[in-house]
Design a protein around this ligand. Structure first.
Ligand code: AMP
Ligand code: ZN
Length: 488
């Protein structure tokens, strides 16, 4: 089966051909960890989590690199006073690296809640300063970059003079870029306005600084991704992903850096995930039009009527194709919750039920399987895949009601496929199972507390714990192996 991927570089769906058979190298731009990720960020990371899961399911061995930007991503390209980390550290009265730690932890926690798999390598920008300095030096040596006042800039005009094409990814032409570039920073330092910083000299007040051949400074944002992707995936690799808004200038700069450094197109397939909107506007920290992921899950927000389970949120996101804009709303979430519950109910029926066994069935498993894989391999079309899953769901309920039949072998294959698609590929989780795990953990805590109470001869408390649980229908049983419980 051919996997088709929409490539931003060509603007077309292309048949995917990995550089090394059965292996995929994939780089996805990670978060800038100076504040909490918002739900929009989560959507992009989830889109690539789904793509990663799908690639693994299709049999590829994937090296999945997603970086952490913990230095050098300026609020305005190149303005030293606008270092996000330095600004936030002043605001919160913390060291910049405390800011980095705090929001990296938050990022990991949030992604775990939404059942995103960790990447196989998660490098940080500050851990790769040497590699970035080496690249900047190489670009100076080959005439693609120049030093100016302790900063290093990429020479966009020179790049184009050599027959290369700055703008090939975002499909912009150089004249337009010259006309539209605001030259806020380094006016006097840069040769031309579209030139971008590879390295910035640090002003005395700038705390995040490293030694370099050009004096103390810090790396430019675009260079870190080239340094880390080259290091872990090579000069040319299969897939590079990120949100649509990163296409220009960030990814355009990465293409230019890669081509200038190594003389080859760095990435075969550029993939861009579309935005999450709320009230029809792109979700963004700077405009205030955003919701934090945990606010949606806990219900502590003014926008949604009720809390939503992370798997319901995930299901809602998966109902849109990764290249489509998705507007989140209360209505859509409520509808997703209904759909999700029906899907989970069907999964339960499928795993526990016994069904009429015969080969007269209106459900053609072979065709259904083909259709489902066709959707998955058609540029990872999750909404069409979900539509096919619901055909199976309807059939499963008919089986349950005795209105349909299925053969033993088809049933076993249907179970495997549904489990693969729902849990492994879409990354959904069964809420009930989750809750059961939580209940078990909670009861273990109570059993521990009761044992402690008994040890310290506080029998009043230990009896209270036992009796109150019993009143709720949970019976504690003391045995040789310790205390167990049963729920009536
Ligand atoms: P940042 O930490 O700002 O670099 O953003 C992390 C990722 O989230 C990038 O890939 C962005 O493209 C993506 N992103 C930012 N805003 C949104 C949004 N409203 N919807 C989807 N993705 C977004
Ligand atoms: Zn990047």
């Amino acid at each position: 089966m051919n996997l088709k991927i929409y490539n931003s570089l060509s603007g077309e769906k292309e048949i995917f051909k990995p550089i090394h058979e059965n292996s995929v190298g994939m780089y996805v731009c990670g978060p800038t960890v100076y504040s909490n990720v918002h739900l929009g960020n989560v959507r992009t990371f989830m889109s690539f989590d789904f793509i990663y899961r799908a690639l693994v399911h299709l049999g590829y061995k994937v090296r999945y690199v997603r970086n952490i930007t913990d230095a050098g991503h300026l609020t305005d390209d190149g303005d030293v006073d606008n270092d996000r980390f330095v600004k936030q550290s002043r605001l919160e009265k913390l060291e910049p690296m405390e800011i980095v730690q705090k929001y990296t932890v938050d990022f990991h926690k949030v992604l775990e809640v939404f059942n995103l798999l960790p990447p196989t390598i998660e490098p940080t920008a500050t851990g790769h300063i040497l590699e970035q300095i080496e690249l900047a030096q190489k670009l100076i040596d080959t005439g693609f970059a120049y030093e100016s006042n302790g900063s290093v800039y990429f020479d966009v005009l020179e790049y184009n003079k050599r027959g290369l094409n700055y703008g090939e990814l975002s499909h912009r032409n150089i004249e337009e870029l010259f006309a539209n570039t605001r030259d806020l920073d380094g006016q006097n330092e840069k040769k031309n306005a579209p030139d971008f910083a590879l390295w910035k000299a640090a002003s005395p007040a700038h705390i995040m600084r490293w030694n370099s051949p050009w004096g103390e400074g810090f790396p430019g944002w675009h260079l870190e991704c080239t340094a880390m992707s080259t290091k872990y995936l090579g000069e040319k690799f299969d897939i590079h992903g990120g949100g649509m808004d990163l296409k220009f200038p960030h990814h355009e700069c990465e293409v230019a850096q890669g081509k200038a450094c190594n003389g080859t197109e760095p990435v075969n397939y550029w993939m861009h995930a579309n935005m999450l909107t709320m009230n029809g506007q792109r979700m963004s920290k700077s405009t205030g039009n955003y919701i934090l992921p945990m606010e949606l899950v806990s219900g502590s927000n003014d926008f949604f009527e009720k809390p939503f389970h992370p798997s319901v949120v995930r299901f809602n996101f998966m109902q849109a194709h990764y290249r489509s804009v998705l507007d989140i709303s209360n209505e859509a979430m409520v509808a997703s919750e209904k759909g999700f519950q029906r899907l989970m109910e069907a999964m339960k029926v499928l795993s526990n039920g016994t069904f009429p066994n015969s080969d007269v069935s209106s459900f053609d498993l072979t065709t259904w399987k083909e259709k489902s894989y066709a959707a998955l391999t058609d540029d990872f079309n999750s909404p069409i895949l979900i539509a096919h899953l619901f055909e199976a769901v309807n059939f499963i309920f008919k089986l349950k009601d005795g209105k349909e039949t299925i053969t033993e072998s088809d049933l076993s294959e249907l179970k495997t496929l549904m489990n693969d698609f729902v849990f492994d590929v879409l990354g959904l989780q069964n809420i009930e199972e989750n809750n059961n795990a939580k209940l078990d953990q909670t009861l273990q805590v109570l059993i521990d507390l009761r044992n402690q109470a008994r040890k310290s001869k506080n029998f009043d408390l230990s009896d209270q714990i036992r009796d109150r649980l019993l009143a709720e229908g949970i019976e504690l049983k003391d045995g040789r192996e310790g205390t167990s419980y049963s729920i009536s």
